[in-house]
Design a protein around this ligand. Sequence first.
Ligand SMILES: NC(=O)c1ccc[n+]([C@@H]2O[C@H](COP(=O)([O-])OP(=O)(O)OC[C@H]3O[C@@H](n4cnc5c(N)ncnc54)[C@H](O)[C@@H]3O)[C@@H](O)[C@H]2O)c1
Length: 301
Amino acid sequence: MAMGDLRGKVAVITGAGSGFGREFARVAAGAGMAVVLVDVQADALAETAAALEAGGTTVMQRRLDVADGHALQTLAHDAWARFGAVHLLFNNAGVGTTGMVWEASVQDWEWVLGVNLWGAIHGVRAFVPRMLEAAAGDPGYRGHVVNTASVAGLVDPPLTGPYNVAKHAVVSLSETLYQDLSLVGDRVGCSVLCPSWVGTGIARADRNRDPRAVRTRTRAAAVGQALVDKVVSSAKTTAADVARLTFEAIAERRFWILPHPQALDAVRARHEALLAHAPPPDPYAALPQLRRQILDALHAP
Ligand SMILES: NC(=O)c1ccc[n+]([C@@H]2O[C@H](COP(=O)([O-])OP(=O)(O)OC[C@H]3O[C@@H](n4cnc5c(N)ncnc54)[C@H](O)[C@@H]3O)[C@@H](O)[C@H]2O)c1
């Protein structure tokens, strides 16, 4: 769907209170779309909504947890009731934890898989059947789903186990969605977004966490958190850059959205190793000092 075709259409964006989600909402609003904004953090959600409403955009906002499938079904029902259809769906809300994969608490696993993976599954289940129905009933209808995964869905950096597992699964969900959609027509498409590090609120994902949750509090978790803080705060690509590239991909109906070409060397190395029956190479091979820092921090007396 070219930008010009988006005027008067409707976009649903999860995680719209911050980072990529907020920028998707800005671009959608700028293209003349109505936006349905979803976030679990009420103040951030209200801030995005107010800024867009002030610019004249029609906004529906809903505070909900994307891990709650009923809440997403109700949202889809209500969005259709209000607007008659939804054209773009961004399954984008995400959170992360750090630590050795064997140390992560069950609540860490459940939280990270609940938001990143189940959030996208619930979004697909709630919206795609309605999008296909809209396409069947209206020859002019076009729909598109964008799932936010990560480079961590294509390679497996150390110290972010639950996040890697969730993002690989989101890539798999998206590739399967692509294959299944291709069996039923060409008017609903999908893409998967796989960025490397970008300066957003992701390193402070804990801000929206149940304070009673059992968190992984080990040295490796602290080392991983320090690493994430560093790479996110020093990232050069902005969330606005990622949103622009994402809308370009939607216009071209391109499946892979890969904003960091340099990160693809590690993806290539992983696949070549796999084909050669070799063990997984270091995803940080291009940044040997990073691995050195991790090892020094882990093994310091
Ligand atoms: N920033 C990066 O470096 C990076 C890289 C690759 C992928 N990603 C992915 O991009 C997506 C967006 O993250 P971001 O970087 O913009 O971070 P962010 O923290 O700025 O934004 C994420 C938003 O999701 C919301 N959210 C968290 N839990 C939620 C829940 N249970 N239900 C609904 N909303 C919830 C947060 O309140 C926040 O507004 C995530 O899926 C993340 O994993 C980020």
